[in-house]
Design a protein around this ligand. Sequence first.
Ligand code: ZN
Length: 450
Amino acid sequence: MAATLDATATIAPVARSTPRPCSNGLVALTFDDGPSRTVTPRLLDVLREKRVPATFFVVGQRVAAEPGIVRRAHRAGFLLANHTFAHERLTSLSAAGIRRTLRRTRAAVVAAGAEMSRLMRPPYGLIDSRVRGVVSDLGLVPVLWTVDPRDWAGAGAEVIADRVISALRPDQQNVVLLHDGVANSPRTLSAVPDIIRRARARGYCFAGLGAGGRPAPPVPGLRVHGATVVEKTGEQARLRFAVSLDRPTSRLTSVRIRTADRSARAGSDYAAVARRLWFPVGVTRKVVEVRVFGDHLDEWTERLTLDADRPRGVALLDASSTGQITDDDRPPKVSVEDVALPEPAAVDSAWVQVPVVLSRPSGRQVSVTVATVDGTATTDDFVPVEATVVIPAGEVEGAAAVEVLADDEVEASEQFTVVIQQATRATITDGTATVSIDPPLALRLRLRLP
Ligand code: ZN
């Protein structure tokens, strides 16, 4: 019983942290001796689906036989490199023979409608200083490998994958030699998805070969995403812009980020941001916070942008995005106020200004439609009016002007009203104002009116 318990204890799952993507370094897959009509197209599909770069060291005579596959590989972004025309041992060839086989291979790739890189790999890895001299005189860079699972020698897919995974070294430039153009290549093809999955789980990421023939870190695409925040009165809200990479990479990368005004203004609406944003190895998402200042104004939605430039190790896919600050402040209240005036002297007329007042300033323009309504004063006493009063953003008062006419009759005080009919971007509280037309002072004294 004790033994069983012990066994159970040993196989109990152990919490293991998964390494960050790319944190263990790079793996470059290379495929030699193709193209093959049966294996290469399926391999291209697998690599594209899993977004794994690879380099194909092609044999010229096979390129001439399958130009379409080579063209397809090129168009899909894979690197093509030179593996001689007929898989010759270069150490056995004359300088002229070496030049001829490499040039013919290049010509076959170009004739297929593809581009040939400057990289070459000598068949069987056979190279000496003489061959090296001829190769470099042609402007070519020889590339060997660090991992050789001997996938051509009849091993099954599982064995091939095991050999590759166990030979990978952290923080080393791992160049894996595989074959897509030999008899055992269908097994290599079957091993590739497993190699990709297991290598990634161990914190490696896949790389193409750079001009010097060494694995080059992937260049992720960067996107700035939009953000929205509700401005809260008296509080500092934050706009949170996500900045993402479309894949991890093996080196520290960065981009400069800056806010830019649109309708929102740096300093009054938000705190400007201008700095470099760093992505540590394997990190694909960062958040940039922009502080937003709350106010008491009823406002339109305000906008700013977050812009990225000066990329290091990343490509800009979407370099600018909009941030929206929406408003939580209610519209102000609007009212009209009572007013009194002495009746104008005979023949004259006078204008009365009826105040239209906001409870507080608004960030937006307020319009108020008002109209006169007869009271004891009628259209003999004033000119009826329907008017729109506009109160600009930031101000608290406007006025409706009404023309008051002189009257021959001896009268007591008369009234009419001014009524708010409609208000835009304000709430009506007191919508009725009384306008009192008092008799002229001399008349008031004579009649002993108050
Ligand atoms: Zn070969």
